[in-house]
Structures are given as C-alpha cells and as structure tokens.
Ligand binder design. Structure first.
Ligand SMILES: NC(=O)C1=CN([C@@H]2O[C@H](COP(=O)(O)OP(=O)(O)OC[C@H]3O[C@@H](n4cnc5c(N)ncnc54)[C@H](OP(=O)(O)O)[C@@H]3O)[C@@H](O)[C@H]2O)C=CC1
Ligand SMILES: O=C(O)C1=N[C@H](C(=O)O)C[C@H](O)C1
Length: 270
C-alpha cells in the first residue's frame, strides 16, 4: 500500500566509507522497535551498506530499485511470508526475525526457494546468542525430566502469543522427548475453563506473560521428584539481538535454501 503523503523510501547510493563490494542491505519494518535497531546495526557493521529503510506504506519495489542483496524483515506475522516471497522472486536473500511462521509457511517458502537456487532465507525466532543456547539446552535437558513447562514474558506491545521463541523451544523439547520415548508431563487437571494451564505446543504447556517494563524473557522449567532445573534467558535490551542479525546478514548469502534458526550458522560446540 502506498501513501502519497509519506516520505519516499530511502534508496541510497554508496555512502562515504563504503566499498563497491559491501553487501547491500535493506530493512523492512525500519521504524519499528526491532527494525530501527537493525538499521543502526547495519550502519555500524563493516562490510554492510544500508540501501533502503522501508515501512508498511512503502512499496516492496523499492528493494529492487535500491539494488538490495539482503533484506532484513522485522514486520508483522500477517505480511512476513509475502515479503519473503517478493524478495526471493527478485533474487534477494532474506534474514527474517518476524515471528508467527508455521510449518506450512516454512514449507511453502522452501518450495519457492527450490525454484530460485542460490537464494538464501534465514527464519530465526530469536537472534540473541543466549536465547539460541537456552533453546538448545532446553532440548538437551528435556528427556531427563518428568515435567517440562515454558514461561515466556514480554512487553505488552507484542502482538503474538505464544512468542516465536517459546513455540520453537516447545517444538524442540517435544521432538527430543518423543525421540527418547519420554511420555507427556504428568498433569491431573480435568477442568480448565479459563485456560489457566496455558497453550499446549507440541505437548508442552506454554504460559505467556505481558508486563510493562519487560523486553523478552523465557524460562524452561524442568521438574523431577525433589529437584528442579530452570533454564532462563533475559533480553534486557534489543541490542542483544543485533550480533545475530548482522551474522545472519553476512552468512545468508552463502547458505542457499531455507535455514530455520540461527544455530545452523553457529558452531555451538555441543
Ligand atoms: N527474531 C528475533 O530475535 C526477534 C523477533 N522479533 C519479532 O519481530 C517482529 C517485530 O517486532 P517489533 O519490532 O517489536 O514490532 P513493531 O510493531 O515495533 O514493528 C513492526 C514494524 O513493521 C511495520 N510494518 C507493518 N506492516 C508492514 C509491512 N507490510 N511492510 C513493512 N513494514 C510493516 C510496522 O509499521 P506500523 O507500526 O506503521 O504499522 C512497524 O514499524 C515481531 O514479529 C517480533 O516477534 C522481535 C524481537 C526479536
Ligand atoms: O516481540 C518480541 O519482542 C520478541 N519476539 C520474538 C519472539 O516472539 O520470540 C523474540 C524475542 O522473544 C522478542
């Protein structure tokens, strides 16, 4: 959708200090909480050149006009897959932080990528290194405990629940427990008319808290008789996601096809 009163998108030529070989990067959702942080991170990063900052009133055609090689998407769940489709069809690699992706959307994107060999798409539910490790640790621990539940806590302006990170953690935990032949967490609840037990994702209960003052936080609670393990991660500031975003931009160009999760670009040594 275009708005003639809105400022035109900002395709920019080579800026002082950039080289012709710098990777040309555009940010979608550039005025949002994450997009604005990503704009600054790309500007700061050596070897990257910010060529467009787009928000919802801007046409995606501006990505092509600006000659973007990689697009970073921090928009809203309802539009992110369409943004990726446009980019892939124009040979532009994608680094996607927007949440709300389901298996069907990922499968459609994978099928599209098969028609565009050489193009890479990274969909990462969480770009902070601590959160990536917390997801991995949760999956590793899952089979050793009788009970597992996830609590995610976020700022109240977040539009989706459960968080993408919590949904991904639950999927990894569920998969690890199934692979190990571990049954569901014990739960005698027979009546829950108000949904007090939270959402159930891949057999794992997920509870979403929305509280002013928070940024992004998550606990995986694992229980056995007489003991509890808590795997907690806190993002106190959105700067925590930026190392991962810049890494994703640099790596996506050499990882054709679909990558789900930043961990595939990292050597976690686990
Ligand atoms: N993977 C990760 O590590 C992280 C992921 N996220 C996810 O990133 C997403 C964005 O979060 P956040 O920045 O807090 O949200 P915001 O609401 O602050 O930002 C979203 C931005 O996208 C814009 N927008 C909406 N529709 C379009 C469109 N069609 N094209 C381009 N831009 C559009 C909005 O504009 P307007 O307001 O004018 O409509 C807004 O500026 C969420 O899905 C969130 O879960 C967040 C943090 C970390
Ligand atoms: O909306 C947010 O803020 C966040 N969204 C992502 C999610 O849904 O997991 C990542 C992080 O939790 C912050």
């Amino acid at each position: 959708m275009t708005d003639s009163t809105a400022p035109a998108p900002q395709p920019s030529g080579p800026a002082a200090g950039t080289l012709p070989s710098d990777l040309r990067v555009a940010v979608l959702g550039a005025r949002g909480r994450m997009g604005s942080e990503a704009v600054q991170a790309v500007r700061r990063a050596e070897g990257l050149q910010l060529v467009a900052e787009l928000d919802h009133e801007d046409s995606l055609e501006a990505l092509v006009t600006a000659g973007a090689q990689v697009v970073v998407d921090f928009t809203v769940p309802s539009v992110t897959e369409g943004n990726v489709r446009f980019a892939v069809e124009h040979g532009i690699h994608c680094v996607v932080g927007t949440t709300g992706w389901d298996e069907e959307g990922l499968a459609r994107t994978e099928a599209l990528l098969a028609q565009h060999p050489g193009v890479g798409v990274l969909v990462a539910p969480n770009f902070s290194i601590g959160a990536v490790l917390a997801m991995r640790f949760s999956a590793q621990a899952a089979r050793f405990f009788e009970s597992v539940e996830i609590v995610e806590l976020h700022h109240p302006d977040k539009v989706d629940a459960p968080s993408g990170t919590a949904a991904r953690t639950a999927a990894l935990v569920g998969e690890a427990r199934r692979a190990a032949g571990v049954g569901p967490s014990p739960d005698a609840t027979k009546q829950d008319p108000d949904g007090a037990r939270g959402a159930v994702v891949d057999g794992v209960h997920v509870h979403s808290v929305r509280l002013r003052g928070l940024v992004a936080h998550q606990e995986t609670l694992l229980g056995n008789l007489g003991e509890q393990l808590t795997i907690r991660h806190d993002s106190f500031d959105r700067i925590s996601f930026m190392t991962g975003v810049v890494l994703g931009v640099r790596e996506v160009v050499s990882h054709p096809g679909l990558t789900h999760g930043l961990e595939d670009y990292l050597d976690l040594g686990l």
